[in-house]
Ligand binder design. Structure first.
Ligand code: SF4
Length: 297
C-alpha cells in the first residue's frame, strides 16, 4: 500500500483529526518570527492531484471511516487552484462520510486573491473552517515581521471568508510588537477583530526560536522582547477594545500566561476582571506565575 505523507504541524484543536497533506511547507516562508518549516527542513513544493488522492485512499485503507474531523496541510493550501482543492475535498468527503468538519491553515493574502465564488465552491466541496495567522493588525508590526500582509488585506480576506460561508479562526501573536509597538499591536489588532468579527480569536504568545530571523534582531537590539507583564497588559488592551458580538475569544494554548476564554461581548467584563484580578496579585506571585508557564511554540 502507498504510504501517505505526514504534515509538519497542525493546530492543537486538530489533535484527533485525519491529517491530509495537500502541499509541502509554506509558499511564503519569510515571516521573521516563524521558520518552522526551515527547522524541519521542509522546502515548499506542490503535490500532484493523483498523489493527494491516493494518500486519501491509503488513509481510508489504514484507518477506515473513524475520524470526525479532518485537517488539510501544510501551511497554506488555499493558495492552490480552486479546482484542485475542490477535487481533493470532494474525494476526502466521499471516502470519509463520518467526518463532520474539515479545516485548513490559510494566509490572508491567498484568501484575498480568491473570489467569494471560489471560496464558496471550496466551502461547498467540504472545507468548513480556516485557521489564519493574523499575528497583528498593525501595519508597522506586520512589515517589520515580514508577514507579507496588511491590515486592509486581513480585513478584506476575513470578510470574504465569512461571506463565503466558512468559519474563520484568527490567531493573534502576543508580544509580536515587542516593547516599542505593543500598544499599537494591541489596538490595531482590536480594530481588525471588530471589523471582521471572526468566529474565533485565538491568542498565542511569541516564542523566539534561537535560530529564527527574529532572534538576529533581538541580538542586534532592533527588537526589544516584550516582558511577561507587558504581555498581560497587551492582552487586556486588545480585549478591552474589541467589539465583536458572538465571537469566541480564547487563549487556548499552554504558552499563554492566563487561560482567558469567553464569548464576546457577553463575557468581556468577566474576562477583563480575570486579568485585573491577576494584575492585582502581589508582585512575587505574578513573577512566580510567569516563571511557571512554558515558552513553547
Ligand atoms: S507564519 Fe505561516 S505564513 Fe509565515 S512563514 Fe510561518 S507558516 Fe509561512
Amino acid at each position: 500500500m502507498h504510504e501517505p505523507e505526514h504534515l509538519v504541524i497542525r493546530p492543537p484543536s486538530e489533535a484527533r483529526s485525519l491529517l491530509v497533506r495537500v502541499v509541502r511547507g509554506c509558499n511564503w516562508n519569510r515571516c521573521r518570527f516563524c521558520g518552522i518549516y526551515d527547522l524541519f527542513g521542509t522546502v515548499y513544493s506542490t503535490r500532484s492531484l493523483d498523489e493527494v488522492l491516493s494518500d486519501i485512499d491509503s488513509l481510508k485503507a489504514m484507518y477506515g471511516d473513524i475520524f470526525r474531523t479532518a485537517f488539510i496541510g501544510d501551511a497554506n493550501p488555499l493558495d492552490l487552484d480552486t479546482e484542485f482543492l475542490v477535487s481533493v475535498l470532494k474525494h476526502l468527503r466521499e471516502n470519509f462520510p463520518g467526518v463532520e468538519r474539515v479545516t485548513s491553515y490559510a494566509r490572508a493574502s491567498s484568501l484575498q486573491k480568491k473570489s467569494v465564488e471560489d471560496l464558496r465552491a471550496i466551502h461547498e466541496a467540504g472545507l468548513d473552517r480556516v485557521h489564519v495567522g493574523l499575528e497583528s493588525g498593525s501595519n508597522r508590526v506586520l512589515k517589520f515581521q515580514m508577514k507579507g500582509t496588511s491590515q486592509k488585506q486581513l480585513i478584506d480576506a476575513g470578510k470574504k471568508t465569512i461571506e463565503a460561508g466558512m468559519e474563520l479562526s484568527y490567531y493573534f501573536l502576543s508580544g509580536l510588537g515587542g516593547r516599542d509597538l505593543w500598544e499599537e499591536h494591541a489596538t490595531e489588532s482590536s480594530k481588525v477583530f471588530t471589523e471582521v468579527k471572526p468566529h474565533f480569536m485565538r491568542v498565542r504568545r511569541l516564542f523566539i526560536h534561537p535560530m529564527s530571523k527574529l532572534m538576529e534582531k533581538v541580538r542586534s537590539g532592533e527588537f526589544l522582547e516584550q516582558t511577561p507583564e507587558g504581555t498581560v497588559l497587551e492582552l487586556r488592551l486588545l480585549l478591552e477594545n474589541i467589539d465583536a458580538e458572538g465571537s469566541t475569544f480564547t487563549c487556548d494554548h499552554a504558552n499563554n500566561f492566563l487561560p482567558v476564554h469567553g464569548t464576546l461581548n457577553a463575557d468581556k467584563d468577566k474576562m477583563l476582571k480575570m486579568i485585573d484580578s491577576f494584575l492585582a496579585l502581589p508582585q512575587h506571585q505574578r513573577m512566580a506565575h510567569y516563571d511557571s508557564i512554558p515558552s513553547v511554540i
